[in-house]
Design a protein around this ligand. Structure first.
Ligand code: CIZ
Length: 308
């Protein structure tokens, strides 16, 4: 999508001048995804940011914890955000003080933190997980050790149900965007498009997941929709995902379970703000060295255990 050629051409001049690598999350608006060097999930993007050898700076189009993860994995290279107000309400549902209180009640529990947490929370975590690998990460914890899973109760419930693990304490956080997707929306969408598989994110409510044909992370949705012989799909996650799926699969149709699954934070990043940040370099994401060092440990543990 090239909705504003003059703006896009100015961005292109400046990204070359700055030698900037532009990364966009799967949930970003279509025109931002279209100008990015890479589009993906938060961990894929953070790893690209860490591994790229050429760029002098990263412009991360996503929400704050995602840019932080890129800083944690390669702190010496500047990471900027077009809009630093793009936060994640789910990540904000756990504070260090609250976590310390719950840990005091479960002193031997392994703290498994979804990547959708702040760098500070990662410093108090034993291991991180993504929605793509949460089941395997929890399974890597010895069965007799309690697991404190945070912050998403729906993802935690999905993991628990899949492996039947009882000794999981699940934080009561949720993604407000995924929580807007209701059972009745799935039923209505199915009635409108009978035959189209319903693919939903594990951050959805249990009753929504129960109605789905496939439950997948954003990366899993990309694979499922590319490989499936179906020609149309009903998607239950943040609606920016449909832009990615439509671009990847021009011959297929994608419909949201509901248009209400629209994250206002993801929508804060616009092409104008991408341009302004490349011009002004005002919003560098900076973390204290000790936070970076400590927060990297649970991410590295995840990568070591899973090898991905
Ligand atoms: O980790 C991510 O990028 C998020 C927020 C979701 C997913 O399933 O990829």
């Amino acid at each position: 999508m090239d909705s504003n050629p003059a703006l896009v051409s100015r961005i292109d001049q400046l990204r070359r001048k700055r030698n900037a690598l532009i990364l966009a999350h799967n949930y970003e608006i279509g025109e931002v995804q279209a100008i990015a060097d890479h589009v993906g999930d938060s961990l894929q993007l953070a790893r690209i940011a860490a591994e790229d050898e050429d760029a002098e700076m990263i412009l991360f189009c996503g929400v704050h914890f995602m840019a932080e993860t890129a800083v944690i994995l390669r702190p010496e290279r500047p990471v900027h955000m077009p809009d630093p107000n793009a936060g994640c309400p789910l990540a904000n549902m756990v504070s260090s003080r609250q976590l310390a209180e719950v840990r005091a009640e479960h002193p031997d529990a392994a703290v498994v933190s979804y990547v959708n947490t702040s760098a500070e929370i990662k410093t108090h975590s034993d291991i991180c997980c993504t929605s793509a690998n949460a089941v395997a990460v929890v399974q890597s914890i010895p069965e007799d050790r309690e697991v404190l899973f945070l912050p998403d109760r729906n993802l935690g419930d999905w993991v628990r149900r899949q492996i039947g693990r009882q000794n999981m304490v699940i934080w009561n956080g949720f993604c407000p965007t995924h929580n807007r997707i209701l059972e009745r929306h799935v039923k209505e969408a199915r009635a409108e498009r009978p035959g189209a598989p319903v693919v939903v994110h594990p951050e959805c409510r249990p009753e929504v997941r129960d109605l789905a044909d496939e439950i997948a992370s954003t990366g899993g949705m990309v694979r499922f929709c590319a490989e499936s012989p179906a020609r149309e799909f009903i998607i239950g996650t943040e609606i920016g995902m449909l832009e990615r799926l439509r671009r990847d699969n021009p011959g297929k149709s994608f419909w949201p379970v509901t248009e209400l699954a629209d994250c206002p934070n993801m929508k804060l990043t616009t092409l104008e703000k991408v341009l302004w940040e490349l011009e002004d370099l005002e919003h560098r994401v900076v973390l204290p060295d000790e936070v970076v060092d400590k927060a990297r440990e649970p991410i590295e543990r995840m990568v070591e255990i899973l090898g991905n």
